[in-house]
Design a protein around this ligand. Structure first.
Ligand SMILES: Cc1ncc(COP(=O)(O)O)c(C=O)c1O
Length: 418
């Protein structure tokens, strides 16, 4: 993250200096937590003005101070957090925080598409997002058109030919096999469609440290902040980040309606995690690269899915043009199928068998029977999610200990097979 934010500071400085005025927290060096659900107006006129601005009946004057209203719409801890997230996502102008990643995805999609509209999306998506499209958006009359991740020409074709297209939803790298989608190519193709669909990228796996979708032409970046942004597997949160002010207003107004803003305590916790997200992700990525390359040498492992081990020239090109470092997610396909995968998970002593990712501790899971158990046989086959596939989220432990742990678990898995 070497680019400077428009404030003139680099992201690692801006994240510690923007958005928080100690004078508003009685001089406290860290923000106070403002748990109040409602705010006292400075005058009835100020209350009227605040509601006019909230509803879009009026536009704020430059530098105008607006009274807070009610914490379902906004509160100081959300404002501080949102201001501090912006410099982490290069090219962005705004951030809106939610009480989960799913809330961020649902609310942002609903701000852009309704009955009669269409979403083109990469596949596979995170299982929850996939369910959201099938179980909510399709029944309300939104057409959802999947394109297998990594097939650029098919994505172009779907973007150019889908009637009523409102959103292009990209998850890159794809979970769990790390297949990448070229964001710039998709954004350039979307720009040829009238009216231009909103290009959204779920950046949970590599952002905000290693991939900056807005720089590559995306309109909106979505996060499960439960993962790397939160970093300790101890809170649920989501963020939508973007550039266009009209879209920001639409997303904020939906959040106020649905009541899914992130609560003050969670905002405060997450805000304290932001300055270290890059440090943590760098350490996790270095660990993961060493482990992935070590696992690739093991005979018990049929294939390792990890960005530095890509063999397809187009995937290598996309990785080099769009990402800074490979990240900390690895998938391994074990000889011996499900029995071997389960025995591997059972035998791990340091890594825990759990879903989720991005925390300080190493986690491993069996996608076919957990995160992706809702996928059809065809979807699993296309996504390369086999019986022997194990997904690993590498933490910040010493990589040599993790490697030893995985080697003994591989040996245990191989013994069960025979
Ligand atoms: C890529 C991705 N997007 C979105 C989500 C949903 O986030 P949350 O669990 O915070 O609602 C997840 C959760 O695992 C995810 O992995």
């Amino acid at each position: 993250m070497s680019e400077r934010h428009q404030s003139g500071s680099h992201p690692s400085t801006a994240v510690l200096t923007r958005g928080f005025d100690p004078r508003l927290s009685v001089g406290s060096a860290r923000p106070a937590v403002f748990r109040s659900s409602t705010y006292v107006f400075s005058s009835p006129e100020a209350a009227e003005r605040a509601f006019d601005l909230l509803s879009g009946r009026a536009k704020p004057e430059p530098g105008e101070a607006v009274d807070l209203i009610y914490s379902r719409f906004n509160h100081p801890n959300a404002q501080i957090l949102e201001d501090q997230i912006v410099p982490l996502e290069e090219g962005s102008q705004w951030a809106v925080v939610f009480n989960s990643g799913m809330a961020a995805i649902m609310t942002t999609l609903l701000a852009c598409v309704g009955q009669g509209g269409a979403i083109v999306h990469t596949a596979p998506l995170y299982g929850g997002t996939q369910n959201l499209l099938h179980k909510f958006f399709e029944p309300i009359g939104v057409r959802c058109v999947p394109v297998v991740a990594g097939r650029g020409a098919e994505l172009d074709q779907a973007i150019l030919t889908t009637e009523g297209l409102r959103v292009v939803l990209i998850e890159t790298p794809a979970n769990p096999t790390m297949v990448m989608t070229d964001i710039r190519r998709a954004a350039l193709t979307a720009a040829r469609v009238e009216p231009k669909p909103v290009v959204m990228v779920d950046n949970t796996f590599l952002g905000p440290a290693f991939q900056h979708p807005i720089v590559h032409g995306a309109d909106v970046v979505l996060y499960s902040a439960t993962k790397y942004l939160g970093g300790f597997s101890d809170l649920l949160a989501g963020v939508a980040i973007g550039v266009d002010a009209g879209l920001e207003a639409a997303v904020r107004s939906r959040r106020g309606l649905y009541g899914n803003i992130l609560q003050p305590d969670e905002c405060w916790i997450l805000d304290g995690r932001l300055p270290t997200v890059s440090l943590r992700m760098n350490r996790q990525s270095k660990n993961a690269q060493r482990i992935a390359e070590g696992l690739a040498r093991r005979t018990e492992v049929r294939k390792v899915y990890y960005p530095t081990l890509f063999d397809d020239p187009e995937q290598i090109r996309v990785r080099l043009s769009q990402t800074d470092y490979p990240g900390a997610m690895i998938a391994i396909d074990l000889e011996g199928g499900k029995r071997a995968a389960f025995e591997f998970l059972r035998s791990l002593k340091l890594a825990h068998n759990a879903v989720s990712l991005g925390g300080m501790e190493t986690l491993a899971c069996h996608p076919k029977t957990t995160t992706h158990s809702g996928c059809s046989a065809v979807e699993l086959e296309i996504a390369g999610i086999t019986d022997g596939l194990v997904r690993i989220s590498v933490g910040v432990e010493d990589w040599r200990d993790l490697m030893r742990d995985m080697e003994q678990a591989l040996a245990a898995a191989a013994a069960v097979k025979t």
